[in-house]
Structures are given as C-alpha cells and as structure tokens.
Write a protein that binds this ligand. Structure first.
Ligand SMILES: *Cc1c(COP(=O)(O)O)cnc(C)c1O
Length: 493
C-alpha cells in the first residue's frame, strides 16, 4: 500500500512546514495598498531564512494534526511519578481566561490592577493556611527557581547573623534540582544516605551536621513515596547547630491540609503550583514555584511583595534585607489564577485530594507487588517505586517494560529515578483516576510481565504502535537538531 502524506486511515501524517506550501501562497488578506510600492533594501535588511509560503488551511491543519499526536492527561492516564500529572478541571482554565485577568498587563498602574493584586494577595494567604507556613512570595517562576530563592534566603539569613556557612545537607533520594540549586547559590551539597526504611535517620543527619553547614534540604514525602517520619528530630538537630530546614514541596499531593510544614520544623518550603495545584505540567510550559517561609525569614523574601493598605493593594519593594528581584515583573500570573480557582473550588475538600491520591497509589502497589519487585514493601504516600529486579534474569529492563506500556495506551511512569533504586519504576496515579482506569493499568502491566517471559522480543522492540519506534534518546539529547538545518539538507537531496 502506498502511503500518502496526509493520512494513514485517520491517523494523520504531517510533513514539516518547510516541505509544504507553494511560492506566493499567503495565509492572510491585507487591505489594498494605497501608497506606492517601495522595495525593501536587501543590503540593509539582509536575506533572512527562506520561510515557506502557506495558505491558512495548511497552517491550521498542520498544527491541528500535530496536536493529535500529543499525549496528555486529557487523553489518558499519565502515571509519571514525582510529577503529579493529574486531571486539571477546565473551570480553572476558564477563570484564567476571564478578560480582566487575561488582559491584565504588568505595566498597568496599581490602581488599575487591584483585582489581580487582590487575587495574588489572597492566594498567598491560602497557601499559608494550606502549608502551615507564615509568609509567601509567589514570584519564583518554577520549582527550581523556588529552590534557588530558598537557598538565597538561607544565605541572607546566615549573613544577617554575621555567619558564613558553606555546606548544605542533601539526601541521596533528592530530586536533581536540589543539589544543583544549592551549588548554584555557592553552597557545597553534602550527601546523606537514607536508611533501610527509605527515609533519613536522625543519627545520619546528626553525623553530617556541623557549624559550617547552612542547613538541610529535604523532600517530604520523599521521592521514594515515604513520609520522612524523623523530620522533627532532624529539624531539632539542624536548628540546634544554627542551621535551617528547607523542604522541597514540589509534590504536596499526599499532604494537602493534613501536614503543617511549619509544625514539623520546616523553615523554608517551595511549592509547584504546576504540579499540585492544577496546571498542566510536563509540557515545559510556564510554572510557578511559590516560596513559603516562617515569620523570622519573611524579611528576606524576594521583592516586590504585595501589601494591603486599607483595602487596596500595592507592590512594595522597601524591604532592605530582601534577596532582591528574581526576574522582571511578578511571575507567571496565569498559573496563580488556576491555583486560586482550584483551591477555592475545592475548599475543605482539598484534604480528600490527598486522601484519594494516597489510596490510589497504595491500591496500585498492592495490585502489582506480586509481579514487580517493590523496592520498599511498606505503605506509601502518593507514589510507589518498583524495580525491574524480577524481570532482569529474563534480560528485560525497566525501559522495555514501559516502552511496551505505550502499546497498551498508557504513558510510561517515571523511570530510573530515584537513583537509590536500581532500575526504578516510579508510579504516581494521582487522585483523579477512577478504579476502572487503575484496574486497566494493572491489567496492562500484568499482560506485559507475562509477555516478558513468553515473548521477550515484543518488549525489546516496543513500542510497535506508535508513529516512531524506539528512539536513540542519547543521540537526541547529545546532538539535538533544533533548527531547520535538517530540512535544508532534505531539500538538497
Ligand atoms: C518537579 C520537581 C522539582 C522541579 O520543579 P520545576 O518546576 O520543574 O523546576 C523539584 N523537586 C521535585 C521533588 C520535583 O518533583
């Protein structure tokens, strides 16, 4: 069968825009010219890239077809551990698109931005209440920027006490951004191992903590999906030596309205609104990583800060101890509106988000632990971590297992992370999946594990049912082709 550009059945193919179109085709209609034609001086403007000439319908079809190749939470279950790929209710999109919000411009004067400022002020209050912290800055534009801002607060705090400290304790289960943020801020990350229960021990931290250590960065629940149960004792040790405790709260899905981070000894916490608080995450789009602190660290928060003055709101920058500005303007406000809408629409039900997220993860853990090796067999929080240990003798790896999952219509979970589990398979179902969907996922994995024993080649060469097969990911990462250079080569052929 000859394959035509355009379609295979109704699964649409799509060439590059550079391979489409015809000279002179246009996608817009301009009004008739009422001045004399004046040629552009090419000496002055130079010759730019040779963009394709396309009609409107070609452009519309191009992008619409590409969009059908996308997999997202609106298409199916996306159990990507440490990422909280949950369904994002559309009402939150609708609120963010309200003309007053969507049309707001950061250069508008404060008198004309009262609605947006009020929304941000109230969101800060709501996050204070949810986390049990005391002051919030919505500024950081990503989780990692929140971490960096947090490390700058650590530095500013010690400086204000006339101290210089060079090290930060980071557990071996930490997300890679933690040691990176500490290092970017000039600290040396010092690794501490987790114990045989997959959590930090008070003794382990006590042995690493000294007077040259600025503090510790913990993730709670940690990336193995366990609550750091010794956190109070750990915070005591760190505080006793003058250090601070940072918590990476990128994934709060297990503890919303249940754990008060302030009460368990956390001084600084960042959140990922684009994971826990209803913004599509994982597409590399805009994010928001609010920084939450205890009262004694409030003076160090980034500027500008939103302050209320007799019922009106303004952006204030007169905070002499502040770590300063993180970027232009105020951050990704659209993400804040979604979070605000999400929190208000759930209200006290927010707690059920976490209860169901934990229930779903434990359900999957119990349904799969006879066929996949469970790294730590104990109740988990919002995610559970398996490994390929049982399949390794069959020469089947984690990568083979999850590539085959694609053929069954499921997005692969996070793999080979956290690093402390060899061949890790980290599954986070989230609260938004129903039991039937979870059961289908279990069934798919049970089929795949059976195939691993009976016809391993099905797994080694998976996926079979996708547009492209197994890609050379190393080569794609090391030698990415990000320009249309490839296209030029092609037309020269
Ligand atoms: C996603 C994540 C981060 C980083 O967040 P970004 O917004 O991608 O910078 C940090 N820590 C943990 C535990 C995460 O899951």
């Amino acid at each position: 069968m000859k394959e035509f550009a355009g379609s295979i059945g109704l699964v649409l193919n799509e060439p590059l825009l550079f391979d489409k179109g015809k000279r002179g085709r246009v996608g817009i209609s301009m009004p008739r010219r009422d001045v004399d034609y004046f040629p552009v001086d090419e000496e002055l403007t130079g010759t730019g890239p040779d963009f394709p000439d396309l009609a409107e319908i070609e452009v519309v079809r191009h992008y619409t077809r590409l969009s059908t190749w996308n997999f997202g939470v609106d298409t199916g279950m996306y159990p990507l551990g440490s990422c909280t790929m949950k369904y994002n209710p559309k009402t939150n999109e609708k609120q963010a698109a309200l003309p007053g919000f969507a049309g707001a411009h950061p250069l508008l004067p404060e008198e004309l931005s009262q609605g947006v400022l009020k929304m941000m002020f109230e969101l800060e209050r709501l996050l204070v209440e949810i986390t049990g912290m005391e002051a919030v800055s919505l500024q950081p534009a990503a989780g990692a920027q929140g971490e960096l801002a947090g490390m700058l607060v650590f530095h500013a705090f010690h400086k204000s006490r006339g101290r210089r400290r060079s090290k930060i304790i980071v557990p071996d289960t930490a997300h890679g951004t933690n040691p990176a943020s500490a290092a970017l801020c000039g600290f040396t990350p010092v690794k501490v191992g987790s114990n045989d229960r997959g959590v930090l021990s008070v003794e382990g931290v006590a042995a690493a903590m000294d007077d040259d250590t600025a503090g510790i960065m913990v993730t709670n629940p940690n990336t193995l999906g366990f609550f750091e149960e010794n956190i109070r004792g750990i915070a005591e040790i760190v505080h006793a030596r003058g250090g601070l405790v940072y918590a990476d709260g990128a994934n709060m899905n297990a503890v919303l309205g249940i754990v008060s981070m302030g009460d368990i000894g956390i001084d600084v916490l960042h959140l990922n609104l684009h994971k826990t608080f209803s913004t599509p995450h994982g597409g590399g789009g805009p994010g928001a990583g609010p920084l939450c602190v205890r009262k004694h660290l409030e003076p160090f928060l980034p500027i500008p800060r939103i302050v209320e003055d007799k019922g009106s709101f303004r952006l204030a920058s007169d905070f002499p101890l502040s770590i300063g500005k993180l970027h232009a303007f105020y951050g990704n406000v659209g993400i804040m509106i979604r979070a605000y809408s999400y929190i208000l629409s759930l209200g006290p039900e927010l707690k059920r988000v976490s209860q169901l997220a934990v229930l779903n993860a434990n359900y999957l853990k119990e349904k799969l632990k006879d066929i996949l090796h469970l790294a730590y067999d104990r109740p988990c929080m919002h995610e559970c971590v398996f490994s390929d240990k049982l399949q390794a003798p069959l020469k089947i790896s984690t990568l083979d297992l999850v590539k085959r999952l694609i053929d069954y219509g499921f997005h692969p979970p996070t793999i080979y992370f956290p690093l402390v589990v060899t061949g890790a398979l980290m599954i986070e179902p989230t609260e938004t999946e129903c039991k039937e969907e979870l059961d289908l996922f279990v069934e798919a994995l049970r089929e795949i594990v059976k195939e691993a024993a009976e016809s391993p080649e099905l797994l080694h060469n998976a996926p079979w049912r996708t547009k492209v097969r197994r890609l050379d990911e190393t080569n794609a990462a090391r030698n990415p082709r990000l320009t249309c250079a490839g296209v030029v080569e092609r037309s020269e052929e």
